[in-house]
Design a protein around this ligand. Sequence first.
Ligand code: PMP
Length: 456
Amino acid sequence: MTLDIPTGTDAVLTSDTHLIQSFANLHALKQDGARTAIVEASGAMVKDSEGNELIDGIGGLWCVNVGHGRPEIIDAITQQLKTLDYYSTFYNFTHPAAAALAEKVASLAPGQLNHVYFGNSGSVANDTAVRILHHYNNLRGKPQKKKILSRMGAYHGSTHMAMALTTPAYSDGWGAVEGLVTHLRAPHKYREAPELSDEEFLKLLEQDMLDTIHRIGADNICAFFAEPIQGAGGVITAPPGYHKRMREITAQHDIAYVADEVVTAWGRLGHMFASKDAFDYTPDIITTAKGLTSGYQPLSATIISSEIHEVISRPEAMFLHGMTYSGHPAAAAAGLANIAILENEGIPARVQTTGKLFENTLRGLGDMAMVGEVRGSHFMMGIEFVKDKATREEFAPDANIGGAVAQAAQQRGLIARALGNILILSPTLIMDEAMITDIGAILRDSIGEVSDSLGL
Ligand code: PMP
């Protein structure tokens, strides 16, 4: 059957009035020209319904790591659907694709992270981690050990629990699960304590963690959630040695360290997993999604240590957690094919060079008047725009300078993501030198255009 889905701009945007978009001002989307219909994608590029070819500077949504339209993944999904379209992993059932992917993921994950629960989004992976840790502590006879530490600037997802872990700005006006989560200071020196050295700032963050543990009581805290680099909070990199030190502190207090690698895994920072290989710490749980299938199928993984797995596998324990699509055969096949591409083409190792070039190209924009801070690593970068570079004076939160720059960039053929006065770039990992140079030039022109229009 060929589906007859219209791809013309008018048709798509008419149908689209029935679609509720994500993280959008739904009122503003009703204005003419406020929405872009993407109709095709190939490699590092996408095409909109007007026929414009655009560089996908955000890799779908930090997820299309191996590039768009890879026949290997599409064929693997199709083949799997022809063989076994669906079966669950409930009760005593399993199937070859989910089992093979779990084994593969466990073989790549650091340390003793040997057991995998599949979900279909990063949000669900984080909710699953919370549920597993609560269950684990009940089984260990520590039913009061349920509270969670997160950080300002964090993004962990949009389900009710994951949103409670996320920085409160994201649930503004909505409310979030109350009483379970405490947010530590954001590890963002540029905004929190620019006058301090990295070492001094790290000490301050350590003290914040220790004070918070002592105030709440280690016996009441089950987990610390942290992204290796905060993504949707504005691409915030912690001072050197931060994760290692936090990992030591949490271990001393019997608090599980959950590394949210939804964005940072699968090559984006030059490694399959960033926690161990980029930042030198091994968490108790890794949650991941996005680049696990490069977005070809919705799939996430909550990867837990053997120690936690042993407790939740005790004879008296029932694992009362399950999602219909956990380990979906088509998603598992996509994951296996995607990881094969990452390995066969040596993409993470290649990113150590190309990603560094991308990072340095963007850092080169730091000489521009409106650019306050360029931050991030490899193919995960953010640019913060400021009114006054010397004083770091911010634009008004609703000035949306990132939006203005993103619009100027899109007119020049590059999709970037605005986050208030920050611009985020997280392209596919298959960028070559020429494309990276193009992105740098487009950004320089776009930022220049906006700063000229503001008279800066
Ligand atoms: N954690 C992080 C670090 C993320 O960036 C995201 C999504 N951007 C999530 C969790 C949630 O993932 P999902 O949107 O697939 O639920």
